[in-house]
Design a protein around this ligand. Structure first.
Ligand code: G3P
Length: 219
């Protein structure tokens, strides 16, 4: 399973990279705004900074919502760096644009996916990744993990090459559950990734090992 970090914050990206487990980055307009990145040139420059920091796929989202606009913006984003994957919303023009961009050899991430039907369309259109938002589904009292399992099963049955990229991850447990049900990629905030390290028995065990070592080795 690939690990992406879901942020535009360079410090968090560096920290996840330093752990040696980072395969890529996903961003969205809200995450860029959160970092105060505004204006098209600054946004583009920031994508390049992220790409130079991380060897892997970096999702950069289009703002346009019409077919021609998505294609123009998608081409521009893809030209910024070979690591860029163009993130396109799951709307009618988005699906058409994913088909076009995919035919041009431009990699895409179909975002804002909340149903298996939408994931089938993204797969048919040739998306490189499909991003079901599991936390937002849970927020609506539905089950995001079940959706990941359904999509993974459908893609496996039909040999669809699109990779399931579980997004809107809210906890370390979400990451583990996504791994269990067959997501090929998870994108998570830094705290959910770092939370995977934690277990109280690890801390208690280490403390005991070190104190036992100290007892016999004390001068
Ligand atoms: O990158 C898209 C997605 O991960 C958003 O997450 O927490 O805003 O639902 P969230």
């Amino acid at each position: 399973m690939k690990f992406f970090i879901d942020t535009a914050k360079l410090a968090d990206i560096k920290e996840a990279k330093d752990l040696g487990i980072l395969d890529g980055v996903t961003t969205n307009p809200s995450l860029m705004a959160k970092e105060g990145i505004k204006g098209q040139q600054s946004v583009f420059d920031h994508y390049v900074k992220i790409c130079e920091l991380v060897k892997g796929d970096v999702s950069a989202e289009v703002i346009a919502t019409d077919y021609k606009g998505i294609i123009a913006e998608g081409k521009e984003l893809a030209s910024l760096h070979p690591g860029i994957v163009v993130k396109v919303p799951m709307i009618k023009d988005g699906v058409k644009a994913i088909r076009y961009l995919s035919n041009q050899g431009i990699r895409t991430n179909c975002t804002l996916v909340f149903s298996a039907g939408q994931a089938i369309l993204a797969g048919k259109a040739g998306a490189t990744y499909v991003s079901p938002f599991i936390g937002r589904i849970d927020d609506q009292n539905w089950d995001g993990i079940t959706l990941i399992a359904h999509i993974a099963q459908i893609y496996a049955i039909h040999g669809i090459q699109t990779q399931v990229l579980a997004a809107s991850i809210r906890s370390s447990l979400h990451i583990v559950r996504c791994a269990e049900v067959g997501a090929q990629v998870v994108t998570a905030p830094l705290d959910a990734i770092m939370g995977l390290l934690k277990h109280p028995l690890t801390d208690i065990g280490l403390e005991k090992f070190l104190s036992d070592h100290k007892k016999v080795n004390a001068k």
